[in-house]
Design a protein around this ligand. Sequence first.
Ligand code: ACO
Length: 436
Amino acid sequence: MKLADNKATLSFSNGSPSIELPVYQGSVGPDVIDIRKLYGQTGMFTYDPGFLSTAACQSAITYIDGDKGELLYRGYPIEQLATGCDFLETCHLLLYGELPNAKAKGDFTKLVTMHTMVNEQMQFFLRGFRRDAHPMAILTGLVGALSAFYHDSTDINNPKHREIAAIRLIAKMPTLVAMAYKYTVGQPYMYPKNDLSYAGNFLHMMFATPCEPYKVSPVLERALDRIFTLHADHEQNASTSTVRLCGSSGTNPFAAIAAGVACLWGPAHGGANEAALNMLEDINRNGGVAKIGEFIKQVKDKNSGIKLMGFGHRVYKNYDPRAKLMQETCKEVLAEMGLENDPLFKLAMALEKIALEDDYFVSRKLYPNVDFYSGIVQRAIGIPVPLFTAIFALARTVGWIAQLNEMIGDPEYKIGRPRQLFNGSQRRDVLPIVKR
Ligand code: ACO
């Protein structure tokens, strides 16, 4: 870490001596004040629920400028990656720091492709679930279960194990998500087909059956690949921080990623794409575009508890760059599927227009996030709504594992152990039950 020229001075109004704190500079973005010695020097902690002002680690993977609406993976703008590279090139970039040349791309693709099958025993584990189980419940279980299958890659302190686990997770996630889907609809599992692309193979495992030939649509393949790329990493978001915290105890990579899947499920995070589509369907059922004004009124009423799902972001205070790319993909996919007049897309466009002009949203800098359009794209591809977050988990796995491996390789890493401001009862004595 590079020390900045200046230092921070913390002074107290009660006459306690002030202390100096070092300041570090990143390569771009805000500096950080190093408070690691604060408790030792003052006996005080900092208080920052929700990590509004806290950098929990150093990282060289993803950079977001929320005010500009900029997202860079390893320095490359998301727009260039989404239009000029495919998902596996992006995975290589996130994991190893550089985009692959043609030879490295071929080797990496082969490596991932050779690991797409899961242990046959996995389907018997899957059978323990109810057929109507939510795919994220199934996925949390299946990913955690990988640690029971692949004993040769569970030592988080062994770099070789970490690399094999990373490849296995990237390769097997599509297979697991597709198995979860096939199980809930009662169709036979389709084994991976290694002559297809990563996204094409996923479409095959999802939508092919043993009875009919299945041809992958290049438009849908490209759209899915873009969804994967746009969701591949997003620096220290809730699920990534969960993976880091979980992994910081030295647990195995599969268990740490399962924790990330569980965190992603929530509607304030990955579950937002499902929630956004349900919201659009709800408005559509109850009057459509004509009812937008009424809906926006409810959103603005704090007592209603209703949010405009797919809007707002902790970091982006400008248009989420991924939402723009997703909107483009949305148009392409709807055209391919003959759904140009899709009522939900029209509704989303109308909602976006009104929200972007409304002072409530403008003053709070609330813009569409990636989830606002990704649900419409996935629905048009034929992916059922409850599976949306599982697709997000599939795509984010590379980011989680890259961040986990970066943390383990960081000499400054320690087990994550936040402190608290205790405001409960002081010491008291237990009374015998008859006296309570
Ligand atoms: N609809 C209506 N009002 C909103 C919305 C929304 N979608 N998002 C934020 N606000 C309001 C809040 O009520 C708050 O208003 P106030 O200042 O009057 O109290 C203000 O905007 C600031 O919002 P916070 O909730 O404090 O912002 P925070 O950073 O904690 O939350 C979050 C960000 C969780 C994403 C929030 O915007 C939200 O719930 N959005 C809807 C869910 C969603 O789309 N999540 C996806 C996130 S992206 C992803 O995970 C891929």
